[in-house]
Write a protein that binds this ligand. Structure first.
Ligand code: FAD
Length: 474
């Protein structure tokens, strides 16, 4: 029996496709990473079907690529080898459990940020999840597995830090669990005290199996909130201020954008012009609390930090959200309400790419300065985004490029991104959602023991090397 017939027997003929149109759609993403067509796409709806697909793949040595919406902006679901089968998990979209006491939810891979927001608003309005700037139709689980960043990251770290446990089908077909859920369903309160086997799936880009369920922390909705915008000049002064604000522990989140990104959100058409004398960065600050007094007291802490900074540069300004709305209109509120389509403007061209990293805060300002020069050298808009992470234990920055995918521009994007990454790696930054070209650069520099350990883990879990082959140099 050929693979298509075998897969059709498992999931039904409507859910296996190998037509030109499907293979084309799944062969690429918005990035500059070279496209490559898969052989087929299969859409399972149960764990059992996933196990049967994996059994067939092991027997035929067919590469499998877990997929939900392919919006990772790293080329992570583009096949690297011939004959790959995309395992599209969109049909597995159940919110299985919400525990309002231990504050977690258990969800399947196809659950999106939009689903979660709607479900919690309807059934648990006292609870919230955390959202990235990503489109609402992308996978919550995939983002957590990719260690993404979201609108609680300044206070609480990467989305991977919210994982309480998971269930996964290994590349050899066994169903396994990690986290407190090993004692039974309804018990997914945390990962400790246990060997932390969640790490076998976190950051692996779908190379170690298919996660079929994930338990993620949710949070109390605070009754009061306040927002403000901070406009700043120069990279060193901007990162200094962000560091102080994040360390003050009074903010939920801080999102800093270069002015061209702010203007893009305001609807100013491409290419966004930058004028002399205007601030370099605009930062959105989010504060919440149990009472108006608490929120105002927290806001006063931020005001004080900015007042002190003004002694060095009086141009730094903190603006209340009321004033922002007066200037920009009610539209400004759409930037506060996640998940949001506000950032879909990033996808106005067929091309979107970035070099994004997590970095030691001591190198954050230097990275921003150097990155800015590189982006300007290649003639792209300065669309930088930075976020203090986990109360400033580390920083995040990314340089975003939106672009038309003609050959000349693609070449320029590749060169610019390579130069940005080399520069970032020199500063000890770790790229996230790392494309193949970037992992190749990274693994040249990392501790060899780490690479050997990765190889051992991969070989043990996936002896036939069928899961998303070609990533992480494996
Ligand atoms: C405009 C825009 C803005 C964005 N902003 C942000 C942002 O602010 N913060 C942020 O973190 N991200 C951001 N992203 C990135 C992206 O949206 C998220 O990472 C997204 O949630 C990934 O979901 P996906 O459905 O696209 O996953 P996919 O791209 O389909 O999969 C991602 C990876 O996970 C693997 N995978 C998927 N499902 C499984 C599974 N069940 N088991 C094992 N492996 C699996 C895949 O093989 C792949 O390697 C943004 C993207 C866009 C387009």
């Amino acid at each position: 029996m050929d693979m298509k017939t075998r897969l059709a027997k498992i999931v039904g003929p409507d859910f296996v496709k190998d037509g030109l149109a499907e293979r084309y759609v799944y062969s690429m993403d918005m990035t500059e990473n070279p496209p490559k067509q898969p052989a087929m796409v299969v859409m399972p709806s149960t764990v059992k079907e996933i196990q049967e697909i994996i059994e067939a793949a092991n027997e035929t040595l067919t590469p499998l690529i877990p997929f939900v919406t392919g919006q990772n902006v790293g080329g992570l679901t583009i096949p690297q080898v011939d004959g790959a089968v995309i395992v599209d998990l969109k049909r597995m979209d159940r919110i299985i459990e919400v525990d309002p006491v231990a504050m977690y939810m258990v969800i399947e891979p196809g659950v999106t940020f939009g689903h979660v927001r709607k479900y919690l608003d309807e059934h648990y309005p006292e609870l919230v999840y955390t959202y990235p700037l990503a489109p609402p139709y992308t996978s919550v689980m995939a983002n957590a597995l990719l260690q993404g960043l979201c609108d609680f990251s300044t206070a609480r770290g990467s989305m991977a830090d919210f994982v309480n446990g998971l269930e996964a089908v290994l590349p050899t077909g066994e169903l396994v669990k990690a986290g407190s859920g090993i004692l039974g369903e309804g018990n997914w309160f945390g990962r400790y005290p246990l060997p932390d086997l969640v790490g076998l799936f976190s950051g692996w880009q779908g190379m170690t199996g298919i996660v079929t369920k994930i338990a993620l922390q949710i949070f109390p909705r605070m009754p009061y909130s306040k927002h403000a915008a901070l406009f700043t000049f120069e990279e060193a002064a901007t990162t200094d201020l962000l560091i102080q604000i994040a360390r003050s522990r009074v903010v939920d989140d801080v999102d800093c954008h270069s002015m061209s990104l702010v203007k893009m959100l305001m609807g100013i058409p491409y290419p966004v012009e930058v004028f002399e004398g205007e601030p370099d960065y605009g930062t959105l600050i989010s504060i919440s609390g149990n009472s108006l007094e608490e929120v105002n007291a927290n806001y006063n802490v931020i005001e004080q930090i900015v007042e002190n900074a003004k002694k060095d540069d009086p141009r730094q300004i903190l603006v209340s959200w009321k004033a922002v709305k007066k200037l920009l209109g009610d539209e400004a509120d759409s930037w506060l309400d996640f998940p949001s389509n506000a950032f879909s403007i990033l996808t106005e061209f067929d091309g979107l790419s970035w070099v994004g990293t997590y970095i030691n805060p001591k190198n954050w300002g230097i990275a921003l300065q150097g990155g800015r020069k590189i982006v300007e050298k290649y003639g792209f808009e300065l669309q930088s985004f930075l976020k203090p992470m986990n109360r400033m234990h580390f920083g995040e920055f990314k340089f975003i490029i939106r672009f038309p995918k003609d050959e000349d521009t693609l070449t320029r994007v590749r060169q610019c991104n390579e130069e940005l990454l080399d520069f970032a790696l020199d500063l000890g930054a770790l790229p996230y959602k790392t494309p193949v070209w970037a992992t190749n650069k990274l693994i040249e520099r990392v501790d060899p023991g780490f690479l050997e350990l990765m190889k051992k883990v991969k070989k043990t879990l996936d002896p036939n090397g069928i899961f998303n082959p070609g990533r992480w140099g494996l």
